[in-house]
Design a protein around this ligand. Structure first.
Ligand SMILES: [Zn+2]
Length: 228
């Protein structure tokens, strides 16, 4: 199954397994872990010299707010994920936030066509374009860098990451997969997911089981004459 960076970002808000909501990006350490896992989905991997700090965490989670607001718009008129349904960023504001982040870094389209493999296109930073792209680092190559001295020499890398995340969200939202996006309707689940077949209403089988149990209990409650 294809995994979309925008969907991965939105899914860092998830059911914690105990009836609550967990946020994988609640700490700088959590952000570092997540970025390490996603580096293979970023064209060119994680930007070199990226300072993974509280400021970056706030910028990434701000972008996530915009993405989740637009996911809510995409699944409408079905209800949005319950995790943030009551405090969604207005859609126009979310669109502006994505576009502003995408504009942080100029990019150009680049073709990659290794022997024996199908050709692929990627948008690479204009500064890096024109050369063979380096092989993408694996998920285990999460950088653990010390914060660098002032004045913010990581600003280019920071802009590069935010722009790459925004581009991924724009590509997702403007493409055909948007129509397959659903919010899981199982009790307590807060996930958005891509429907892979006709009437799929749940993100995974265990959510389907939970929803069926809840529906069965509800049916018994409403048809049992003693409970009326
Ligand atoms: Zn679910």
């Amino acid at each position: 199954m294809e995994r979309w960076l925008a969907l991965e970002l939105a899914s860092t808000i998830r059911h914690d397994g105990a009836g609550g909501v967990a946020d994988d990006l609640a700490t700088v350490e959590g952000l570092a872990d997540w970025l390490g896992e996603q580096s293979g989905r970023l064209p060119g991997g994680l930007p070199a010299g990226l300072p993974i700090d509280e400021r970056l965490r706030q910028e990434v989670t701000g972008l996530r707010r915009a993405v989740r607001a637009l996911f809510a718009r995409a699944v409408s008129p079905a209800p949005p994920s319950a995790a943030d349904a009551g405090r969604l960023m207005p859609a126009a504001e979310a669109v502006a936030a994505l576009n502003a982040a995408a504009a942080l870094e100029p990019v150009v389209p680049q073709l990659s066509w290794p022997p024996g493999e199908p050709p692929t296109a990627a948008l690479l930073p204009a500064a890096d374009a024109g050369a063979e792209p380096e092989p993408e680092p694996g998920p285990e190559s999460a950088p653990e860098r010390e914060p660098e001295p002032e004045p913010d020499p990581g600003s280019g890398a920071r802009a590069g990451l935010l722009a790459a995340l925004a581009r991924a969200a724009i590509e997702f939202l403007a493409g055909p997969q948007r129509e397959q996006l659903r919010s899981c309707s199982a009790p307590r689940c807060v996930r958005y997911f891509l429907r892979s077949h006709g009437r799929q209403a749940w993100c995974k089988p265990s959510c389907g089981n939970r929803a069926r149990v809840a529906r069965h209990a509800e049916r018994r409650r409403t048809t049992d004459p003693d409970s009326r």
